[in-house]
Design a protein around this ligand. Structure first.
Ligand code: ADP
Ligand code: MG
Length: 235
């Protein structure tokens, strides 16, 4: 049986202000297994980024249960959430979020320098170069991010996301800031990583890219709906 990486049951998220409550997620049930590539597709405002930030422990749910590798992470302090996030989650965002002052090498190394057990320099070097090779960027290790194309920067961001061997890679609109050629290249890279065993969960409003996943989910008004319901909605 395949290992269960992620399990959510009955997850809700309500953003409350004095004026109103926004129900961003309304009862999400989700299971992601080792080696999965899940895409979550849906229109703007349906809750994609909210779901991803809960999956990534950047925020806590209002209600419901969330487990990462069978550990209950439904209700953590900020410090606990940060520790588990650093160890278990890799993020890829639309904006690459690289640090311009640091070399490609140091950008990728950064998560390991904040890890609970900081590796030796030679371990660190080996691990960073391995990850850069995976995304075909080893030859740019000494460059600064602003000396690279958008597609290359996103590949460096992918290497950084892989560095701590995360349980899952969370991807939010990875091609949003890229032209279609670079976008396609980044998607090819993600599919290749998945074939090599990386577990992926990607949210996107681009149905063409969502189709590349092994398992496609649709989010509508904060709920996962089946594909037939989406087709009915569209037309
Ligand atoms: P998507 O990523 O699918 O475009 P979001 O997850 O960003 O959607 O947003 C879902 C809903 O929650 C939207 O109605 C949005 O306005 C609302 N929302 C998201 N974040 C917040 C927040 N921090 N405070 C209040 N409302 C929010
Ligand atoms: Mg979003």
């Amino acid at each position: 049986m395949r290992e269960l990486k992620i399990k959510m049951t009955g997850i809700t998220k309500v953003f409350s202000t004095d004026e109103m409550d926004t129900h961003a997620l309304r009862g999400i049930d989700l299971e992601i297994y080792a080696g999965d590539f899940v895409s979550i597709c849906g229109p703007s405002g349906c809750g994609k980024s909210t779901l991803l930030s809960l999956l990534g422990l950047l925020d806590m749910p209002t209600n419901g249960q969330y487990y990462i590798e069978n550990n209950d992470v439904s209700n953590l302090s900020l410090a606990q959430a940060a520790e588990i996030r650093n160890a278990k989650i890799g993020f890829i965002f639309q904006s690459f979020n690289l640090i311009d002052e640091l070399s490609v090498f140091d950008n990728v190394a950064l998560p390991l320098r904040y890890a609970k057990q900081v590796p030796t320099n030679s371990e660190l070097e080996q691990r960073v170069m391995q990850c850069l090779e995976k995304v075909d960027m080893a030859h740019r290790a000494k460059h600064k991010p602003n000396q690279l194309s958008g597609g290359q920067q996103q590949r460096v961001a992918i290497a950084r996301a892989l560095i701590a061997n995360p349980a899952i890679l969370l991807v939010d609109e990875p091609t949003g800031n890229l032209d279609s050629k670079n976008g396609d290249a980044v998607m090819d890279m993600l599919m290749q990583l998945n074939q090599e065993g990386t577990t992926l969960c990607m949210v996107t409003h681009d149905s063409r890219y969502a189709e590349m996943a092994k398992r496609k989910l649709h989010l509508l008004d904060g709920q996962i709906v089946d594909s037939a319901a989406v087709l009915a909605e569209v037309g």
